[in-house]
Write a protein that binds this ligand. Structure first.
Ligand code: BG6
Length: 271
């Protein structure tokens, strides 16, 4: 383990969590890397890490208070429990982020985020608990910005969206998803509401994305030009990724004093 990352191992699976943003940057399962990490990702803490599973809190998207997607993904987290070997052989790490002077200058509330990453032979579970430690209530949106690695986006489908209302951020239109297996063949940036669990199917395998407490899902692939316009996104990276991002983003969640909000994503390699 380097000072900046924690590695978990379970059987032949492993995952690595960077303390900047508590970003899971690698998940190797059944002999293959399952998460996309840009080869141009910046890992020195000067910018959110481009890939893996960044945590979005307390705001999804552009934000009048400060940086897009909020504070959590651009803060250094600390490990509070490490490499706990559970009875069933799974391994786990618990990371924590609390408000500080810098965060309060952006968003003047006190909070505690606890993020538990659990690795088993075929699953990676990310569980987030948000506690309001302020003296007033606050509201937020949150999301796990999961970059799934695929062999070829042109041969990839995402299920669990049929019949769901979406807001399309590229065309600025609304719609209802018609397809049970959504294919991506251009820049896609959609916020789907009240979604089901997902399965991402590509030539190299199938990954299930299950969620709890996260009713919505953002589907994102920047395609050619937008990838090239991002300095930390390798130019051909769009070919090998799809972001399937379980979130609470359709409306803002209000959290009273002392209240706790919990949510969870479980990724499973099906084959
Ligand atoms: C997605 C948003 O969640 O994240 C997109 O819907 C955004 O609009 C994308 O472009 C990447 O955001 P960022 O800040 O990491 O470049």
């Amino acid at each position: 383990m380097s000072a900046e990352a924690v590695t978990l191992n379970s059987g032949t699976s492993s995952c690595k969590i960077h303390l900047f943003g508590a970003t899971v940057i690698s998940w190797v399962c059944k002999g293959k890397e399952r998460l996309f990490l840009s080869t141009d990702a910046i890992m020195d803490g000067s910018k959110a890490i481009r890939g893996g599973i960044p945590i979005v809190f307390p705001n999804f998207g552009p934000w009048e208070c400060g940086p897009q997607h909020g504070i959590a993904r651009i803060s250094w987290w600390k490990v509070v429990e490490q490499h706990v070997q559970l009875d069933n052989g799974d391994t786990q790490v618990v990371l924590e982020l609390t408000d500080d002077e810098k965060s309060r200058k952006i968003w003047n509330y006190s909070f505690k985020l606890q993020y538990t990453v659990t690795l088993s032979s075929s699953t990676l579970t990310s569980s987030l608990h948000i506690t309001n430690t302020s003296t007033t209530s606050f509201d937020f949106t949150t999301l796990l910005h999961t970059y799934i690695r695929v062999d070829d986006i042109k041969d990839t489908t995402v299920s669990g969206l049929k019949g769901c209302a979406y807001k399309d951020k590229v065309t600025t239109s609304d719609g209802i998803e018609q397809d049970s297996e959504v294919k991506i063949s251009m820049n896609v940036d959609r916020v789907y509401m009240d979604t089901n669990h997902h399965v991402v199917t590509h030539v190299g395998g199938r990954i299930q994305v299950e969620k709890e407490g996260l009713p919505d899902t953002v589907l994102w692939n920047p395609w050619v030009e937008k990838s090239q316009a991002m300095s930390d996104f390798n130019n051909d990276g769009w070919l090998n990724m799809v972001c399937v991002e379980p979130g609470f983003v359709g409306k803002r969640k209000v959290l009273g004093v002392g209240e706790v909000f919990g949510c969870k994503q479980t990724l499973t390699v099906l084959e």
